[in-house]
Write a protein that binds this ligand. Structure first.
Ligand SMILES: Cc1ncc(COP(=O)(O)O)c(C=O)c1O
Length: 295
């Protein structure tokens, strides 16, 4: 990796220390922007098209227009990764409503701010926790209902995620999940949740960000011959599960060892979690759904 990360920002490739946005940028002032995070492993970006689909959906729903086609996005993303000389990378691309032309700005009149930032590959947990599992609490903060800020927006406004992480860390847990307003399980601060019960795999169907890794694990589960149900889960289902794991671009599956003071029965990671995580990394290394950084 070069000494300093190189960011793409509004038409330029700049070292981090020289990359800046205006303090009036609406992304900074209002959290008015959307983003996505894709990862590269061994020089191959996984499911870039799926991440761009989600990104374009978020932009469309938020009335944001980067002015770029998907192909242009792909080119800039790949070029930014190349310039950082990283084969294992987490790649964040961001569009905000930019800097307003007046103090009280009409949100329809904007020039988007565009940033691509590449960091070394990020795992949600350290190596020890990846082996032994993480401890999750159930947060007192509920997720946004879809008639407020639909969780499918991958938007910059992440204060609620920070609040649930703060609550979890200060209570001695590694992370937290939130429930929806009906008390059903939604997701964790930056990952989706799965349980295994009697060899059937379940994951919440609504009130969630549509994780690209979540869909990959649903597909892998079925390919491995297990039944996978997208359904309504309550905290009781988590407590009584044989296995619980989370999924994210930051590491694939992460086994859970404890939820709100209840130990998960059996070995951690459990057999189904281990099998699916192995399949996930094999899929990544196969190059399927991959975009090579070095053409
Ligand atoms: C709230 C939330 N849920 C789920 C995920 C997992 O999504 P993906 O698998 O696409 O990384 C993320 C990722 O950042 C997230 O922020």
């Amino acid at each position: 990796m070069s000494d300093e990360p190189i960011l793409y920002i509004n038409g330029d490739y700049l070292p981090l220390s020289r990359a800046s946005i205006s303090p009036l940028d609406q992304g900074f002032l209002l959290g008015d922007g959307v983003f996505d995070v894709v990862s590269a492993w061994k020089g191959v970006i996984f499911k870039l098209d799926e991440h761009l689909d989600r990104f374009f959906d978020s932009m469309l729903a938020a009335c944001l227009d980067s002015g770029w086609t998907r192909e242009q996005w792909k080119e800039i993303i790949i070029e930014t990764v190349r310039r950082n000389k990283l084969d294992d990378a987490s790649i964040r691309f961001i569009v905000t409503r930019g800097t307003p032309k007046e103090v009280v700005a009409d949100p329809r009149n904007f020039d988007a701010t565009i940033i691509v930032w590449v960091a070394p590959y990020i795992f949600l947990a350290d190596e020890k926790k990846r082996k032994q599992g993480v401890r999750l609490m159930i947060s007192s903060t509920r997720g946004f209902p879809s008639d407020s800020l639909d969780p499918r927006y991958k938007c910059l406004d992440r204060l609620h995620s920070q609040l649930i992480r703060l609550e979890a860390l200060s209570a001695g847990y590694d992370d937290a999940i939130w429930l929806d307003h009906a008390g059903n399980v939604s997701e964790a601060a930056a990952s989706n949740i799965f349980i295994v019960k009697n060899d059937i795999v379940y994951t919440p169907s609504t009130g969630i960000l549509r994780g690209v890794t979540r869909q990959t694990f649903i597909d892998l589960t079925r390919e491995a011959g297990y039944q996978c149900e997208e359904s309504v889960l309550t905290p009781f289902d988590l407590y009584a599960a044989d296995e619980v794991f989370t999924t994210s671009t930051a590491g694939g599956a992460l086994a859970v060892s404890e939820i709100a003071g209840r130990r998960i029965r059996g070995s951690v990671p459990g057999p189904v979690t281990s099998r699916l995580d192995k399949d996930y990394w094999e899929l990544r290394e196969s190059g399927k759904y991959g975009t090579a950084i070095h053409a």
